[in-house]
Write a protein that binds this ligand. Structure first.
Ligand SMILES: [Zn+2]
Length: 288
């Protein structure tokens, strides 16, 4: 394998509430993960990441969770993406929509430029490898050259967090978490603006992040303006795979895969990173 993949897990940190600056996009900063904000911040670095297509596909892992059914997980994921794709921009709605491509068997966070793929939504009921404080982690794979996103996977920490659905008895509101994580999936970074969906931490037992604030709307409209030109192709790279690492069909497709994995002769064509989402006050509120 020639591809070099850099992995950086970006831990969340607490920022002062009410900081008077606005949304940020995740960016390719050399081989590091950067941010580019509007208005610009001294720490800005790199080329923002984005989906070039106007449609993106997602697949919920078919086992879902002991606490959340597959049907509920699919419906809530669609609703979370819908919050972004139905935002009110000047001149229409954002030029990106998400399609449920159906459940898959693969339960691994991965991207393989030589195989079929899935943009996965997966619960971790039994083993969470990223630290107990993180409620979820979205990992995005993108081109180091262009910032174009190739794959995104959302992992949910159902091992340590008791996710709830609906409006009563809220503990960790799954729809709030999914709305935040789908923001990362679409290329957004954390914002210092308090109460925005893309704020750094989840306010315990709240449902407020289900709905976008002005800062979130500004962000998604800037990345995917209504008049953006693009094709609607929701297929993952090399097509949707049900099993992990499922081979792409035929020699023609293999050829395409190699092209996709090694274009421009750059050994660092792809970068993978994860963004964790934590409780506002970490350890005291964890429930098992
Ligand atoms: Zn986050």
């Amino acid at each position: 394998m020639n591809r070099l993949v850099a992995l950086a897990v970006v831990a969340t940190s607490l920022l002062a509430a009410g900081t008077a600056s606005a949304y940020c996009r995740t960016a390719v900063c050399g081989e590091e993960v950067g941010k580019v904000c509007d208005p610009p911040q001294p720490t800005d670095c790199g080329t923002p990441i984005f989906w070039s297509t106007t449609c993106v596909g997602f697949s919920v892992q078919r086992d879902a969770s002991a606490e959340v059914s597959l049907d509920d997980a699919r419906a809530l994921t669609a609703q979370a993406f819908g919050a972004w794709s139905q935002a009110a921009c000047d001149g229409g709605t954002p030029s990106v929509t998400a399609e449920d491509l159906g459940p898959v068997s693969c339960d691994q966070q991965e991207f393989d430029p030589e195989a079929r793929n899935a943009n996965l939504i997966v619960f971790r009921d039994e083993s969470w490898p990223y630290g107990r404080g993180a409620l979820a982690l979205t990992t995005v794979t993108y081109s180091l050259d262009s910032g174009e996103i190739r794959d995104a996977d959302i992992e949910l920490n159902s091992d340590n967090a008791a996710f709830t659905i609906g409006d009563s008895g809220v503990n960790v509101d799954l729809l709030s978490i999914l709305t935040h994580e789908t923001g990362h999936f679409l290329g957004l970074a954390h914002t210092p603006v308090a109460d925005a969906t893309m704020q750094t931490d989840y306010p315990p037992k709240s449902t407020t992040l289900r709905t976008l604030e002005a800062d979130d709307v500004d962000a998604i409209c800037a990345v995917y303006p209504p008049d953006r030109v693009g094709t609607c192709d929701s297929e993952p790279v090399n097509g949707l795979g049900d099993e992990c690492g499922e081979a792409a069909d035929g020699s023609g497709d293999s050829c395409d895969c190699r092209t996709a994995g090694g274009s421009a002769g750059s050994p660092a064509w792809l970068c993978v990173f994860g963004l964790a989402f934590a409780y506002r006050r970490r350890r005291s509120l964890l429930t098992k």
